[in-house]
Design a protein around this ligand. Structure first.
Ligand SMILES: Nc1nc2c(ncn2[C@@H]2O[C@H](COP(=O)(O)OP(=O)(O)OP(=O)(O)O)[C@@H](O)[C@H]2O)c(=O)[nH]1
Ligand SMILES: [Mg+2]
Length: 331
């Protein structure tokens, strides 16, 4: 039986063969498997691809565990921590490291000259009851693009593209970043409603941070930015404006499209310290699985407190939860 593979498959396969980075190779292998029509004619091909995927996973796993690689630091991948991973990217000197320093306990190098940051650095940003991981990165310009940035960006849950309102060239600098990433097959978008048609590309949810807002005295640069990038959510910020930092945190949380659900042991108060994080649309069953993989089978029903429902409403596994809901599981 012929495999009848689409032409895009062969393009992607060539890409896969050329790729040297194991993580990127794994991503492409998974795309190839997803693209394969599932019928008798592709049985062997599917099995081969699954074997390649498993081998790549082992290779990556082994590399992470190996002391030598640990020492050399794999810059293209940072383990996720907290409720979401957010990567700060942008032109040189726009204030990425200053944002990391202001919003987390991290102590990055900050200077009034460009190309200060040489390697990614992480920090945890607190927003109400959750911790969000921020990654500061080296700048992107015509003089510099660290190749590992592509992997880091693809893996992140959200991109914050930082524009420098102190620079006349701020819109050109942002356009340069957008086009450079497009060259690397990463498209930054305000909203992602579907996968890219060409599987070699990745879409990444992005907000623009219009930074150093006080350097834009008459607001003309912010106005220009909103006119040039009307599709993006633009958040004006300054590290000396606490309110703007609060707005920034809120915008980041909302853009992550997640909800916080608090658990409540029967007869006790809810635990607000360690919420369960679910994607928007997450159900009672998702929350149960998140706690423990067997929990969902054992659960008979749950009680939920929150907006738009009566207190202690009895619900089943398919009940859709909202941000801030409190849940009590009954076995
Ligand atoms: N006026 C003003 N200056 C800021 C603000 N945030 C950062 N800066 C200044 O901008 C300069 C660059 O800041 P960094 O945080 O090092 O910028 P960066 O984007 O990390 O720079 P690279 O690592 O070189 O890409 C420093 O002099 C900061 O003090 C702000 O909100 N307002
Ligand atoms: Mg920096």
């Amino acid at each position: 039986m012929p495999a009848n593979l689409p032409p895009q498959y062969y393009e992607l396969e060539r890409e896969f063969k050329r790729e040297k980075n194991p993580r990127e190779k794994l991503r492409l292998a998974e795309e190839l498997l997803a693209m394969m029509p599932k019928h008798k004619g592709t049985d062997k091909l599917q099995a081969e691809m699954k074997a390649k995927i498993s081998k790549l996973k082992k290779q990556i796993d082994g590399a992470v565990k190996s002391h030598a690689v640990h020492q050399a630091k794999a810059l293209d991948h940072i383990e996720k921590e907290g409720a979401g991973q957010v990567i700060l990217i942008g032109p040189p000197n726009c204030g990425k490291s200053s944002l990391l320093e202001t919003l987390t306990h991290a102590k990055p190098l900050i200077a009034d000259y460009p190309y200060t940051t040489r390697e990614p650095m992480t920090g945890m940003m607190e927003f109400e009851t959750v911790q969000i991981q921020l990654i500061d990165t080296p700048p992107i310009s015509s003089e510099m693009y660290e190749n590992y940035l592509s992997g880091l960006i693809r893996n992140a849950d959200l991109v914050v593209l930082v524009a420098d309102l102190a620079q006349e060239s701020m819109a050109d600098d942002i356009n340069y970043v957008l086009s450079k990433l497009e060259e690397k097959r990463i498209i930054l978008k305000n909203e992602i409603t579907q996968k890219p048609e060409d599987p070699r590309f990745s879409y990444k949810k992005t907000i623009i941070c219009a930074h150093k807002e006080y350097d834009d005295e008459d607001g003309s640069r912010l106005k220009k930015l909103t006119e040039i990038f009307p599709d993006f959510n633009i958040v004006p910020t300054s590290i000396v404006d606490d309110d703007s930092m609060k707005r920034f945190k809120k915008a980041v949380f909302e853009s992550l499209c997640i909800i916080r659900v608090y658990t409540k042991p029967i007869g006790h108060e809810a635990d607000y310290k360690a919420p369960i994080i679910l994607p928007i649309g997450g159900t009672v069953e998702d929350a149960a699985v998140n706690l423990h993989k067997d929990f969902a089978h054992k659960m008979k029903y749950a009680k939920v407190w929150g907006q738009g429902k009566f207190d202690g409403q009895r619900v089943q596994g398919d009940f859709v939860l909202n941000d801030g809901d409190i849940i009590e599981f009954h076995m």
